[in-house]
Design a protein around this ligand. Structure first.
Ligand SMILES: Nc1ncnc2c1ncn2[C@@H]1O[C@H](COP(=O)(O)OP(=O)(O)O)[C@@H](O)[C@H]1O
Ligand SMILES: [Mg+2]
Length: 381
């Protein structure tokens, strides 16, 4: 099966008075791993269910390849949906679990043939299915588990059986709704690696729903970040991290979360806060309040920086995260990332002067939209 493109155009959906999807346009490329990411309740599952045909949009259209499937039954879309709860049949072996959906589908199609043809077709179909199951088990590295029952498998192995069951049908695309959220942290990290490996081997189109930005960042070719029924930004993980289009995106992407500082845009187009002017200039003629976003890795102690008091120091192997509160405004919490190996004259309740790399900051206007900045010669505060 050639990987297929998918096209969503002007998708709108409400439940009662609740407008859940407010006009979604999205082109998914053939063979791409695209994640729909956003906070719980933003409409990800509803959108995925509309793609699958399990939900009907109020407005807009869905196309797979060159065909409009907006009104097609789920079974005519040839999409494989992998859910968070991977309901396997407990009384069946792994082999039967993988084969059953395909077998039901194929035999029901063959059932439309005349009797003689039906018997001959049946033998062919069973042979084909057997071969398809063997291949799928091979791809997912569960060949040695084919004769076991689900109860004899680990969570990760069950997840792989569910994937094999989807794979065996050679779908036009795979749709996955939070498939890893029932697994423990270590297994989740392992399955992320398995899913990206599987995607690479299959070259199939994957649409992956998650509320976990780390999953989206580590696995996707592109991410569509959703908020309140809209796509805030569509781009590669790097683009979302390096150039968040809105404050919502900046807040959502990255661990630890981006630091946010209230600033003023002066009439001269400079950025100022706490009685200082930074070397950052705004190209638009906006003035007034704005928000400056600074990533933890872009902060460092400097002699003449913003004074702050340290409230917490966490060491994560290679990294050390130092949490402080600005003296000028105690409500502004800043997390600075350091290499744990760097000499640190930091201690809880100690003082520090914070500087940051101005060219790497992100400025957002009161409407939450990104504002372009430029930086004068001088690099740090
Ligand atoms: N069948 C439904 N009936 C009524 N409201 C629904 C239904 N499905 C989803 N919703 C509502 O739509 C919003 C988006 O839900 P959902 O798409 O499941 O979000 P997500 O998957 O991003 O967490 C939520 O407020 C949810 O309560
Ligand atoms: Mg959901």
């Amino acid at each position: 099966m050639q990987p297929q493109s998918l096209e969503l155009s002007g998708i709108g959906k409400g439940f009662g008075a609740d407008d859940v999807l407010k006009g979604i346009d999205l082109s998914i490329r053939p063979g791409e791993f695209l994640s729909l990411v956003g906070m719980s309740g933003c409409g990800k599952s509803t959108l995925l269910r509309i793609i699958a045909g399990l939900e009907t949009p109020d407005r807009g259209s869905v196309s797979i390849g060159s065909s409009d499937v907006t009104d097609a039954d789920p079974s005519d879309r040839n999409l494989a949906m992998v859910f968070q709860s991977y309901a396997l049949y407990p009384h069946m072996t792994v082999r039967q679990n993988i084969a059953t959906p395909l077998r039901m589908r194929r035999l029901s199609l063959a059932g439309r043939l005349p009797l003689i043809g039906r018997i001959a077709a049946r033998a062919d179909i069973l042979r084909e299915i057997d071969a398809a199951v063997t291949d799928a088990a091979d791809v997912l590295q569960i060949s040695h588990l084919l004769d076991r029952k689900p109860a004899q498998l680990s969570g990760g192995q069950r997840q792989r059986v569910a994937l094999a069951r989807a794979l065996v049908r050679s779908p036009a695309a795979f749709l996955m709704d939070e498939p890893l959220s029932n697994l423990d942290a270590k297994l989740r990290a392992h399955m992320r690696e398995e899913l990206t490996g599987l995607h690479r081997r299959l070259g199939a189109t994957f649409i992956y729903v998650t509320h976990d930005q780390i999953e989206a960042m580590t696995m996707s070719d592109r991410i569509a970040l959703m908020s309140e029924g809209r796509i805030e930004q569509l781009g590669t993980p790097d683009e979302l991290y390096q150039r968040p289009a809105t404050l919502t995106v900046a807040r959502f992407i990255g661990t630890p979360s981006i630091n946010l500082m209230p600033v003023e845009i002066t009439s001269a187009g400079r950025i100022a806060a706490f009685g200082r002017e930074f070397g950052i200039e705004v190209s638009t003629n906006t003035t007034g309040p704005a928000t400056l976003g600074i990533r933890a890795e872009d902060l460092h102690p400097v002699r003449n920086g913003l004074p702050a008091r340290i409230s917490r120091i966490e060491t994560y192997g290679a990294d050390r995260f130092v949490t402080c509160h600005l003296i000028d405004d105690q409500s502004v919490k800043i997390v600075m990332r350091q290499h744990a190996g760097d000499s640190a004259d930091t201690a809880i309740d100690g003082m520090i002067n914070l500087g940051f790399t101005e060219s790497r900051t992100h400025l957002f206007g009161v409407d939450g939209k990104r504002l372009d900045i430029s930086v004068r010669e001088r690099e740090a505060v």
